[in-house]
Design a binder for this molecule. Structure first.
Ligand code: CTP
Ligand code: 5RP
Length: 418
C-alpha cells in the first residue's frame, strides 16, 4: 500500500524503536530484546512487524554501544530492510532522543534519511503490534499532534504514605495504562525533547507527557489490543513464544503423491484436522504439479506441511518440498514444520521392518534442521475398508496437531505411529 492511499496528503512516516535497555526486571545476561523466541531474537519480530508495512519509510533502532554489532548481524541474518542503527542512551528517553536526532533538520543534508512528517515511537519489546493500530495512532497524530495506545488497568493504582501505608487509591475505571505505539508530528516531539530537562530525560517514562508539557499538545488516546503488552518479566517471554506458536499453527497444507491411497488419506486427514486445529486451511496439492498453487500457499504464510507418501522408503516428495520451501525462503523468519506421513498398507509386514525402511527420516531431519525446517515422521496403518480407519485418522490428526503447536526441535527425525 502506498502512503498516499492510507494517509491523506501522503504524510511521510518513520519509526524509532528504543532497544537500548538491559532488561533488569527480566534478569539474565542477555537483554530481553535479544532473547530468542523459537530461535529468533525478540527484536527481529518487532522490526518485522513494522518493516512489513510499506508506508513506513525508515525504521531507526537505538541499541547500546556493545550491542550495535549484534543488531547489525540480526539485520543481515533475517534480511531486514530500511533499518538504521544508532547508539542508545542511558535511559529510554535518551535512546529515543538519539533516534530522533538522526533525521536531518535540513533537506540539503547528505544523510540518506528524510525527516518524516510523523514519527512512530514503539518499544522494541512489544513484538505483536498490528498495522491497524499503527495506522490509527499515525492518523490521530497527524490530526492532533500526538497520539498513543492505551489499555484498561488490570490492577488498581494506589499511593502509599511515607510509612508504607495506604494514602489513597485511584478510581480504576477513570484511568488507563499508557502503552505503545505512540506517534507524533515529528517537529512536536523533536522540540519537546530539545526543551525538556535532564530530570525528564533521566527519570521520565512518558513521551506523551513531554509533548503536553513542552508543546502544549494534548495527545489523542487510542484503545489498543491486549497483545500490545511489554515483555518485562521472564514469563512474558514464555507468553510471547506461545503467541507466536499459536499464530504459526493456524494453517496446514497437505501435499500427496499421485497414488490413490495417498490422495484418499490426504482428504480424510484434511477433514479431520479441521476439528483439531483452529482454522485449518486444508489444501491438497501434488508436488510435481500445481506449482503456482504452492507458491500462493507460501505467500499465504503457511508454516506447516504434511507430505503424504504411499511408499515408505520414498524421500523424493519430502526432498522436493524442502527444495521449494528453501527457494521461497519460507523458513528464514519462522521454523517450518514438515510431517512426512507414510502409509503402512500391508497387514503382514512386521513393525521392525517398517521402522528399518524409515530410518532415512532421522538423517534427513538432521540435515534440513540447518535450514530451519523441522521434519517429523508419521506412520499410518491404512486400509480403506478397516472399520477402525477413522479412529486411526483421529489419532494421526491429534499427533499432527501436537507437533505443529509445539514445534519442538528436540523431537525432529522421530517416527510416530498413529
Ligand atoms: N536506556 C534504555 C532503556 C530502555 N530502552 C528501551 O525501552 C524499551 C522499554 O523499556 P523497558 O521495558 O523498561 O526495558 P529495560 O530498561 O531494558 O528493562 P528494565 O527496566 O527491566 O531494566 C525497551 O525496548 C528498552 O530496550 C532503551 O532504549 N534505552
Ligand atoms: O508504556 C510506556 C509508554 O508510556 C513505556 O513503554 C514505558 O513508560 C517505559 O517505561 P519503563 O522503561 O520505565 O518501563
Amino acid at each position: 500500500m502506498e502512503p498516499g492511499n492510507v494517509l491523506s496528503g501522503g504524510a511521510s512516516v518513520a519509526a524509532v524503536l528504543p532497544a537500548g535497555g538491559s532488561g533488569e526486571r527480566l534478569g539474565g545476561a542477555t537483554p530481553k530484546q535479544f532473547c530468542a523466541l523459537l530461535g529468533r531474537p525478540l527484536i527481529s519480530y518487532t522490526v518485522r512487524a513494522l518493516e512489513r508495512i510499506n508506508w513506513i519509510s525508515d525504521i531507526v533502532v537505538a541499541v547500546s554501544l556493545e550491542n550495535i554489532e549484534t543488531m547489525k548481524s540480526i539485520i543481515e541474518k533475517y534480511g531486514h530492510k530500511r533499518i538504521t542503527v544508532v547508539e542508545g542512551g542511558m535511559t529510554r528517553h535518551r535512546s529515543i532522543f538519539n533516534g530522533l536526532k538522526i533525521f536531518p533538520e535540513s533537506k540539503l543534508s547528505s544523510c540518506p534519511l528524510q525527516k518524516p512528517e510523523v514519527v512512530i515511537i514503539h518499544d522494541a519489546v512489544r513484538p505483536f503490534v498490528e498495522e491497524d493500530t499503527l495506522l490509527k495512532v499515525v492518523l490521530a497524530a497527524k490530526e492532533h499532534g500526538a497520539a498513543g495506545a492505551i489499555r484498561p488497568l488490570v490492577s488498581t493504582v494506589v499511593a502509599s504514605s511515607a510509612d508504607g501505608s495506604l494514602d489513597h487509591s485511584l478510581e480504576r475505571s477513570r484511568y488507563r495504562a499508557s502503552e505503545m505505539p505512540q506517534a507524533f508530528l515529528f517537529d512536536i516531539i523533536y522540540q519537546a525533547y530539545h526543551q525538556c530537562t535532564d530530570y525528564d530525560l533521566d527519570y521520565g517514562t512518558e513521551c506523551l507527557h513531554l509533548a503536553l508539557k513542552y508543546c502544549k499538545t494534548n495527545a489523542k488516546l487510542i484503545e489498543g489490543s491486549p497483545d500490545l503488552w511489554k515483555v518485562t518479566y521472564k514469563w512474558d517471554l514464555y507468553a510471547a513464544e506461545s503467541v507466536i506458536k499459536d499464530t504459526l499453527s493456524q494453517q496446514v497444507c497437505v501435499t500427496t503423491d499421485m497414488k490413490e491411497d495417498a490422495v484418499q488419506l490426504g482428504f480424510l486427514l484434511q477433514e479431520t484436522l479441521k476439528n483439531e486445529v483452529k482454522q485449518v486451511k486444508g489444501i491438497s496439492v501434488f508436488l510435481c504439479k500445481n506449482d503456482s498453487r504452492l507458491q500462493n500457499i507460501f505467500l499465504g504464510q503457511c508454516y506447516n506441511f504434511i507430505c503424504i507418501n504411499a511408499k515408505k522408503s520414498d524421500i523424493k516428495e519430502a526432498q522436493q518440498l524442502v527444495d521449494k520451501l528453501e527457494k521461497a525462503r519460507i523458513s528464514v523468519l519462522h521454523p517450518v514444520v514438515l510431517i512426512s506421513v507414510h502409509l503402512n498398507v500391508s497387514e503382514n509386514m512386521s513393525f521392525s521392518n517398517g521402522m528399518e525402511e524409515l530410518a532415512w527420516i532421522k538423517e534427513f531431519a538432521r540435515e534440513v534442521k540447518k535450514k530451519n525446517i523441522l521434519v517429523y515422521g508419521l506412520l499410518i496403518h491404512y486400509n480403506k475398508d478397516d472399520p477402525k480407519l477413522q479412529e486411526t485418522i483421529n489419532s494421526a490428526a491429534a499427533i499432527i496437531s501436537a507437533l505443529i503447536k509445539d514445534r519442538n526441535p528436540e523431537l525432529i527425525g522421530q517416527l510416530l505411529v498413529a
